[in-house]
Design a protein around this ligand. Structure first.
Ligand code: GAL
Length: 405
């Protein structure tokens, strides 16, 4: 069932955009609409429904008159903790600005995403920050925004095959994959023929390719020389001697090992992989899991197989549940992407645009149609040895969020 959620940050006092010199924090009120649990009709008129009756929050409606939202943020789904983190961090960062913003979730549907974008257009949004559900499908939505004179910032995931993307704000996704793979190399126990299971994200997400590209660059020499044996992808085995894969070759491998970023899909594919192989492909295994949600599912599946003696598994996002898994020894590492930094870069970029300036960028990403100017943020590998320093001492999470630290 598709769910629509909305959060509206309403600011009582909005300074004139033309005259905004710096942030102001006075008279800010924040209201939050309750999650909608019923399927929403796919209409352009009313993607945001009113607040659920059981809440005390003032109803958030779609009827905001034109020009009432400055910055619109569209995120992929509330079903993954990663994107709820982003919603929270945007809320924190925008509190001290004069801008009115609205965060909408696409709930895994490109149709809902387009409806959300249309709703923001109708509310006079000036900057659209959008993390696409599907890289290519989102092109139509942002082209509509562009045609309405809106600046489009692709957030975390790149929107491909369109010229309607002005900027891209992202983590260094190739390094994410390299970091995961390097962890496996550094924690391998065997020198010959250690079983390796590869998993990837959704092939509709450009990042899934970047993560895999980074991981392959580190793992491929070890697969080629027989240190590791890929047990769950005949395409990867067939390409083991090739250092640089084409997009098409990556695609062939990813289609065999995709989790679709879905916890249940991850569990199902891991289960069928373990059913398909003999005990000689188990024992002490290495697992490339693309992110934390899928890592927990895959780790649980491998842990339940009596022929798996030990596993080393990667992750990404530093989701709280995975931080607990790391503390408990059930997941080995995660790649910490400090969403505070990503949000800060994005807001800074949006502010520049709203002030008529050209934002700072540090890289360019080819989206298949244009070179998109990008701002890139670094990532940090986290395991048991540095979890406290990286995530608690840095103020990202509270120690009380976890047990056994
Ligand atoms: C990626 C994102 C990751 C992860 C994944 C699943 O695009 O960069 O952080 O959350 O999507 O949603």
């Amino acid at each position: 069932m598709k769910k629509i959620f909305s959060v509206v940050l309403s600011f009582a006092l909005l300074l004139s955009l033309a005259s905004c010199g710096g942030p102001t924090s006075s008279n800010t009120t924040t209201t939050t609409a309750a999650p909608q649990t019923t399927a929403a009709p796919q209409t352009t008129a009313a993607p945001q429904t009113t607040a659920a009756p059981e809440t005390t929050a003032a109803p958030q409606t779609t009827a905001a008159p034109s020009g009432k939202v400055d910055i619109g943020i569209v995120l992929p789904t509330k079903d993954e903790p990663r994107w709820i983190q982003d919603e929270t961090r945007f809320g924190d960062a925008l509190k001290s600005t004069p801008y009115k913003s609205q965060v909408l979730f696409s709930q895994g549907s490109s149709a809902t995403e387009k409806t959300n974008v249309e709703s923001l257009i109708s509310q006079g949004v000036k900057v659209l920050i959008i993390c696409p559900q599907d890289a290519t499908a989102a092109a139509a939505a942002v082209e509509e925004a562009k045609a309405a004179g809106i600046i489009v910032i692709s957030y975390d995931r790149l929107i491909t095959n369109t010229s309607a993307v002005d900027y891209y704000v992202t983590f260094d996704s190739v390094t994410v994959g390299k970091t995961q793979a390097q962890y496996l190399v550094d924690h391998a126990t065997g020198t010959k023929g250690q079983p390796l299971y590869l998993y990837a994200g959704a092939s509709s997400d450009n990042n899934a390719f970047l993560f895999f590209q980074g991981a392959w660059s580190v793992l491929q020499p070890k697969i080629a020389d027989g240190t590791f044996v890929v047990e769950n992808s005949s395409e990867a085995v067939g390409l083991k001697d090739k250092a640089d894969l084409t997009r098409d070759e990556q695609s062939k491998i990813i289609s065999q090992i995709t989790t679709n970023w879905d916890f249940n899909a991850a569990k199902n594919i891991a289960t069928s992989n373990l059913t398909a192989v003999g005990d000689d492909a188990k024992g002490d295994v290495l697992i490339l899991a693309p992110n934390d949600g899928t890592a927990r599912s895959i780790a649980d599946t491998f842990a339940a197989d009596p022929a798996v003696k030990s596993y080393v598994i990667t992750g990404q996002d530093a989701e709280k549940a995975s931080v607990q898994y790391i503390i408990d020894g059930k997941q080995n590492m995660t790649v910490f992407k400090d969403v505070r930094e990503l949000v800060k870069d994005t807001i800074t970029m949006a502010e520049s645009v709203l002030q008529g300036k050209t934002p700072d960028t540090t890289a360019k990403y080819d989206n298949g149609k244009i070179q998109v100017p990008a701002k890139q943020t670094t990532v940090i590998a986290v395991d048991k040895s540095n979890v406290k320093a990286a995530l608690i001492d840095s103020g990202y999470y509270q120690a009380t969020d976890f047990t056994g630290l």
